[in-house]
Ligand binder design. Structure first.
Ligand SMILES: Cc1ncc(COP(=O)(O)O)c(C=O)c1O
Length: 480
């Protein structure tokens, strides 16, 4: 079996992960040493800046996805398809801050609109502005499930308010999620994060009682999904099923159409809300996001990074009018209203940047170009892995690419596999290290990927995909 997979072939990808975990290819010892030396000599300025930053910032690095192995890079310029570090190294940007810069770095029409806004409305007034309605209308045009739309400041805030709203609307308290999905860093949503069945493991600092109303289901397991709804009904019922619609870590464990269809039916049957976390997928999988792709209408949709085209203040919630109307402006929460706030919420910069970015995605026909380029690149990359006889699962959902050489995200779900479970504590760090070393080698060769095994292409990087392929080839040549 080759390395290329259809982006929604959950079974195939999952099966392949066994081979990646048990028989991975890794960087040769010589290459590992050479790449580390590269960082020591060619990235010495970055090392010094990050070490100095530790004096002021915990760990020296703040962005979750910052390339930080063997140490973080100090980025001083972003232009077109490239990022530049303080030592003068240039990198193809496959990181894209985790996805929002779909049009490219500091894309001019959006930048101009923001500067114009700063020169007129200013950065923040606290009063209402038409720019809020312009963005809301634009979002509604592409998301028919969104009857009312409310800006927030981050995807994490969108998750917090989505589940509060679901509980207030349904009068139920349990929240069901998919094992391992990430919905930001609100207390309750740290439940069963990162990998399957981690339960409270990543919720340091969160009391167990706070997580007691959370439960989770294995992706694509229809039987377990039905069971979760039925068993929770006896304990007061599920308020919402919240999902990353394409699956954990932006589709690393892709969710299939049938699971969505059944989820919608079960939510209707049991009076629960279906919430799609489209923080990554909205305006990335196409204008209409995952809900357009699957043809399903969620009750609530979370937006995040893409809703402002990558400018600050990036979060929002949209959905059915009768539910959304429970959100009141200001701090008054009388009449069963649900508290929501935020000093920088719906500020002119985020709304204008978001509105302009969406208009530009429409005008440029970005998605068709991105999808064609990503499909072609993924196939070429998989063929390259095959040529170098590197076991891999390489697939894409639109312009989100997954390049999995280690299988780490699947490990804890191979529960019935004695060989994997028996060696869990050796395999887990080894697979994690393999993932980090791939990112290190790619950076040393001139390309930065996003965290995990996923990465992104945008309108700028389309132009340099041949160069990107050459970077991967130079790295793959060092695998043994
Ligand atoms: C699917 C998903 N949901 C929620 C979030 C949290 O968004 P934010 O970082 O804006 O709080 C993220 C962040 O990457 C995400 O990928």
């Amino acid at each position: 079996m080759g390395s290329y997979y259809d982006g929604f072939d959950f079974e195939g990808i999952h099966k392949k992960s066994r081979e990646l975990l048990l028989r991975p290819k890794t960087l040769s010892e010589e290459a590992r040493k050479r790449y580390r030396e590269h960082f020591e000599t060619r990235c010495a300025g970055s090392r010094a800046s990050v070490e100095a930053a530790r004096e002021h910032i915990p760990g020296g690095i703040q962005h979750n996805l910052a390339n930080n192995y063997p140490f973080g890079l100090n980025c001083v310029k972003a232009e077109g398809a490239y990022l530049y570090d303080v030592d003068g190294n240039r990198y193809i940007d496959f990181l894209q801050a985790g996805g929002p810069t779909i049009l490219g770095n500091a894309y001019k029409p959006v930048k101009d609109a923001v500067i114009n806004t700063l020169n007129t409305t200013g950065n923040l007034t606290g009063l209402f502005g038409d720019f809020e309605v312009d963005l809301a209308k634009k979002v509604k045009q592409h998301y028919p499930s969104v009857e009312l739309f409310r800006m927030l400041a981050s995807g994490t805030e969108a998750a917090m308010i989505a589940i509060r709203l679901a509980r207030a609307f349904t009068g139920k308290s349990k929240i069901l999620k998919i094992n391992g999905c990430y919905h930001g860093w609100g207390d309750q949503l740290l439940y069963d994060m990162r990998s399957v069945n981690t339960k409270n493991m990543f919720a340091t600092g969160v009391p167990d009682e706070c997580l007691a109303q959370m439960c989770s289901v294995y992706p694509n397991d229809l039987e377990e999904l039905e069971q979760r709804f039925a068993e929770n009904e006896k304990e007061g019922g599920i308020a919402a099923f919240l999902m990353e619609p394409i699956g954990q870590d932006s589709g690393a464990l892709p969710v299939k159409q049938e699971f969505h269809r059944r989820a919608r039916e079960l939510c209707d049957q049991y009076g629960a809300l279906l919430i799609y976390d489209e923080v990554v997928t909205a305006f990335r999988l196409g204008m209409g996001g995952a809900q357009e792709h699957y043809g399903i209408r969620p009750d609530l949709t979370m937006f995040g990074k893409n809703i402002t085209g990558g400018y600050p203040g990036a979060g929002a919630l949209g959905g059915r009018r009768e539910i959304m109307e429970l959100l009141s402006a200001g701090i008054a929460t009388a009449g069963g209203r649900v508290m929501v706030g935020g000093t920088l919420t719906a500020n002119p910069i985020s709304c204008v940047a978001g509105y302009t970015a969406i208009c530009e995605l429409e005008r440029t026909g970005a998605h068709a170009r991105l999808e064609a380029a990503a499909d072609g690149f993924t196939r070429q990359l998989a063929a390259l892995a095959d040529d170098y006889e590197i076991p891999a699962a390489i697939f894409n959902q639109h312009s989100i690419l997954h390049i999995d050489l280690c299988g780490v995200q699947h490990l804890t779900s191979h529960l019935d596999d004695d060989e994997l479970m028996g060696n869990l504590f050796e395999l887990l760090p080894e697979a994690g290290r393999n993932m980090e070393e791939l990112a290190m080698a790619l950076a040393a060769e001139g390309l930065i990927v996003a965290g995990g095994n996923k990465t992104f292409i945008n309108l700028d990087t389309i132009e340099v995909l041949d160069d990107a392929l050459a970077v991967f080839e130079r790295v793959f040549a060092n695998y043994v």
